[in-house]
Design a binder for this molecule. Sequence first.
Ligand code: FES
Length: 108
Amino acid sequence: MSDWQRVASAADVRDGEGLPVMLGDTPIALYRVDGRIVAIDDVCTHEFAVLSQGFVTDGIIECPLHAAQFEIASGRCLSGPATQDLRAYEVRLEGDDVYVALTSGARS
Ligand code: FES
């Protein structure tokens, strides 16, 4: 069973950009992908850049520092120099409130 934490209002999650939020002590980012809200780690697995400051194109986030690419819906690393996937988190909507599970692992 997961513990859930409210992290944002759904209205604040906009198409084409990441919304950085904290999940406990962990920086994560919320994105809209095909109309649904997803949550992934906000720190690049290469050298710790903040990914929500990067560039979103067609469901992919590109790291602002060295241009590694990750699939937003799953956190999967698509191109280097990063080699490790990002963690993805379960997301639940209650009205306009976005809740994220405190445990990771929701891959789609
Ligand atoms: S810090 Fe993200 S690719 Fe280097």
